[in-house]
Design a protein around this ligand. Structure first.
Ligand code: ADP
Ligand code: ADP
Length: 226
C-alpha cells in the first residue's frame, strides 16, 4: 500500500499544449480522492501520466518511495479503469480479467484463480463465462475493475467512473467502488466533471483549472460558501 506524492509535474503534448502545468498534490495512503474540474482542465492527462500512458515532461510522481515516471507502465503497480471500460468483446469475462496475467505469462491455473478471487467481491462469480456484450453497463464496469486489480496494485485510477451508468446503476457502482477501496485499502484517484459524484465518493477533492490545482480539501471545505 502506498500514498502518492506529485511534485512540480508537467505533461506537455507534442503540439505544445501544457495539459498538466507544474502540479503539486499529495494523496494519502488508502484515500479515496477526486480530481474535479471542467472539460479540458487536464484531469485525464494527469491520470494517464500517473499510469504511464503519457510521458511526464517535468517533475515526479512518487508512489511509496519510487518515482514512477522513471518506470515502465507495467512496473508502476498502478491500475487504471477507462471511461469506456475497454473490454475485449471476443473474450469471456474470465479471460478479460485474466488478460494482464496472461500477458505476464502466468500459468493458466493462476489466471483462473485470480479471475475467481477478484470476481467474488464484485459479484461477477456467475458471469465468468459470458462475453461483455451479454452484460449490463454496471457489470461491464465491474469486469474492468476486476481486471485492473487482478494485477496487484498500490493505486487505482478511475476515469469518470459513474458517467456511463444510469441513475440506478450509479448507486450500485458507488457501493462497489467504496467496498473495493475499503476491502483492499487501495489508494484510489478518480476523475470527474460532476460535483455530485465527487461529493458522493471522495474523502478529499482537488479542483483543477488549466493544468494545476486551484482548490483542495474535504467535500465540505471545497463546497462551503464563504
Ligand atoms: P480533461 O480530462 O480535464 O477534459 P484533458 O487532460 O483531456 O482534460 O485535456 C487537457 C488539455 O490537453 C486540453 O486542452 C486538451 O485539448 C489537450 N489534449 C488532451 N489530449 C491531447 C493530445 N493527445 N494531444 C494534444 N492535446 C491534448
Ligand atoms: P477526455 O475529456 O475524457 O480526455 P476528450 O474527448 O477530451 O476526452 O479526448 C478524447 C481523446 O482525444 C483522448 O485520447 C485525448 O487524448 C484526445 N485529444 C483531446 N484533445 C486533443 C487535442 N487537442 N489534440 C489531440 N488529441 C486530443
Amino acid at each position: 500500500m502506498a500514498g502518492i506524492e506529485i511534485a512540480e509535474l508537467s505533461t506537455v503534448y507534442p503540439n505544445g499544449v501544457r495539459a498538466v502545468d507544474g502540479l503539486d498534490l499529495t494523496v494519502a495512503d488508502g484515500e479515496f480522492f477526486a480530481l474535479l474540474g471542467p472539460s479540458g482542465c487536464g484531469k485525464t492527462t494527469l491520470l494517464r501520466t500517473m499510469a504511464g500512458l503519457e510521458q511526464a515532461s517535468e517533475g515526479a510522481v512518487r508512489i511509496g518511495d519510487r518515482d514512477v515516471t522513471r518506470l515502465d507502465p507495467g512496473a508502476r503497480r498502478v491500475a487504471m479503469v477507462f471511461q469506456d471500460y475497454a473490454l475485449f468483446p471476443h473474450m469471456t469475462v474470465a479471460e478479460n480479467i485474466a488478460y494482464p496475467l496472461r500477458v505476464r505469462r502466468m500459468s493458466k491455473v493462476s489466471q483462473r484463480d485470480a479471475a475467481e478471487r477478484t470476481s467474488a467481491g464484485l459479484s461477477l462469480g456467475a458471469l465468468l463465462d459470458r462475453r461483455p456484450g451479454q452484460l449490463s453497463g454496471g457489470q461491464q464496469q465491474r469486469v474492468a475493475l476486476a481486471r485492473a486489480i487482478a494485477v496487484e496494485a498500490d493505486v487505482l485510477l478511475l476515469d469518470e467512473p459513474l458517467s456511463n451508468l444510469d441513475a440506478r446503476l450509479r448507486l450500485e457502482a458507488r457501493t462497489f467502488l467504496k467496498k473495493l477501496q475499503r476491502d483492499l485499502g487501495l489508494t484510489t484517484v478518480f476523475v470527474t466533471h460532476d460535483q455530485a459524484e465527487a461529493l458522493a465518493l471522495a474523502d478529499r477533492i482537488a479542483v483543477m483549472e488549466s493544468g494545476s490545482i486551484r482548490q483542495l480539501g474535504s467535500p465540505k471545505e471545497v463546497f462551503q460558501r464563504p
